[in-house]
Write a protein that binds this ligand. Structure first.
Ligand SMILES: NC(=O)c1ccc[n+]([C@@H]2O[C@H](COP(=O)([O-])OP(=O)(O)OC[C@H]3O[C@@H](n4cnc5c(N)ncnc54)[C@H](OP(=O)(O)O)[C@@H]3O)[C@@H](O)[C@H]2O)c1
Length: 405
């Protein structure tokens, strides 16, 4: 991946990625601040429209809300939106998967030549809101907010629907706030599903849980949430030996060195767990460690065609459904033989659950594990390279505004 920084983009700066067809270049590369490209085509129209017209432009790509109303277009009104001055943005594997085009057959994403501002996790300060004059906005100007957006976080400014945001708790830094939404919300939704499926008693408590990759970006939140919020009495995770201490400090009761031991070997017989959370895309590898009647949720594939949620709102074409079905078939067989129910989950970002996460941060139950902080948008390349190495310990964050500014 090649990254180039340009000086300015509409008086602001953003990391803009141009996906270049293979006949032009060996792979996707980034052009940062490529003004003409970015102005011509935005993935969602957000930054461009938002910067120039903070209100209706955000939802209507340059047209104020009144424009649609006058034309009687029948479109729903734009969602309440804010402009955020970005202080920090965190990276997630989905960012480079999107850039590479690996997800484009499945999800509406950038076309081959479309520039894209990457980054979903954002933390910053509200500088404008779309609320009508006199109305009280959910997040007034000056509020510190964080959230998991559709994209565009690696920028100086981004427009964001209020529904995806929550207030950053007092005392929580922008870096910690940016590191949290996508990973914490994903594992929260997974844990809730597992508790629903195999939780015991009126509180649906999970008696035991196996989490793969407990020291990674999502795994580090999974261990903390499972132990300190869901109160799982027996929490096991697969990590390499060097990361066992980190996993233990995050709440793991037992660690399995995935480089030297299989889950089946470490957790066979009566050592099996009631539920498992697959964060590396190896559900069959976890099945031997789960009791018959137990459940597994996976977030790293394969994905069941009926469980794409809002990621494929119009449904998938038949050939993609068949492709997903074919990818799931071996897991279906292995899970059926093991007597374990398995499902896949794609995050549905929302500010409501993020507010719950914020409360747990305030209470000290969750503290993001930070792998590294990269200073300035110009350091985005280094941040991506670190992420794509696949060995991060916790989250990788780009600090857009220097601390204290
Ligand atoms: N479905 C969704 O909505 C959703 C949401 C978030 C993430 N995801 C997906 O979940 C996956 C994990 O995301 P992430 O942010 O946690 O990635 P990450 O932070 O980059 O994961 C890196 C960690 O994975 C560990 N690891 C690698 N292979 C492993 C294995 N076989 N067993 C145990 N640990 C292993 C590495 O440990 P070592 O250095 O010791 O190898 C490293 O600590 C990605 O594929 C991502 O796209 C999906």
């Amino acid at each position: 991946m090649h990254v180039r920084m340009a000086d300015s983009f509409m008086n602001t700066r953003a990391v803009v990625i141009a996906l270049v067809p293979h006949r032009c270049a060996p792979g996707p590369y980034m052009a940062v601040g490529a003004r003409s490209l970015a102005v011509r085509r935005q993935p969602s129209g957000l930054l461009h429209g938002a910067w120039r017209r903070p209100r209706g432009a955000v939802a209507h790509r340059g047209r104020p809300p009144s424009h649609a109303a006058r034309r009687g277009s029948g479109r729903p009104p734009p969602p309440p939106t804010v402009i955020i001055r970005v202080h920090a943005a965190a990276l997630n594997p989905v960012d480079y998967k999107t850039i590479s085009g690996a997800l484009s057959p499945f999800f509406a994403g950038p076309s081959a030549d479309a520039p894209l501002i990457p980054g979903k996790d954002v933390a910053g300060v509200v500088t404008a809101t779309s609320s009508a004059p006199g109305a009280s906005p959910a997040f007034p100007v000056g509020t510190r907010v964080f959230g998991c957006l559709e994209g565009g976080a690696l920028a100086e400014r981004v427009a964001a629907p209020e529904s995806l945001l929550s207030v950053i708790p007092d005392g929580v830094s922008f870096v910690d706030a940016a590191a949290t939404p996508l990973a914490a919300l994903t594992v929260l939704q997974c844990l809730r599903r597992l508790a629903d499926e195999v939780g015991e008693g009126p509180t649906k408590a999970l008696p035991s849980l196996l989490v793969s990759s407990g020291a990674g970006g999502t795994g580090s939140f999974a261990l903390q949430l499972a132990k300190r919020v869901f109160g799982v009495p027996r929490l096991v995770t697969t990590v390499s030996a060097a990361k066992a201490d980190v996993a233990t400090s995050l709440g793991a009761d037992e660690t399995v060195d995935y480089k030297t031991t299989t889950v089946g070997h470490a957790l066979g017989g009566d050592r099996r767990v009631a539920a498992a959370l697959d964060l590396v895309g190896d559900i069959p590898g976890l099945l031997p460690g789960v009791v018959r009647g137990g459940a597994v949720v996976g977030i790293a594939g394969p994905f069941q065609p009926g469980q794409m949620g809002s990621w494929a709102p119009a449904g998938l074409p038949i050939y993609l459904r068949l492709a997903l079905w074919a990818m799931c078939a071996p897991v279906n067989v292995r899970a059926a033989l093991a007597g374990v129910h398995w499902s896949s989950l794609l995050l549905e970002s929302n500010g409501r659950e993020l507010a719950e996460v914020a409360t747990w941060m305030t209470e000290g139950k969750i503290k993001p594990l930070i792998d590294s902080v990269h200073e300035g948008l110009g350091a985005a390349t280094a941040a991506f390279e670190k992420l794509m190495g696949g060995h991060a310990v916790g989250k990788i964050v780009v600090r857009v505004v220097p601390e204290g500014e």
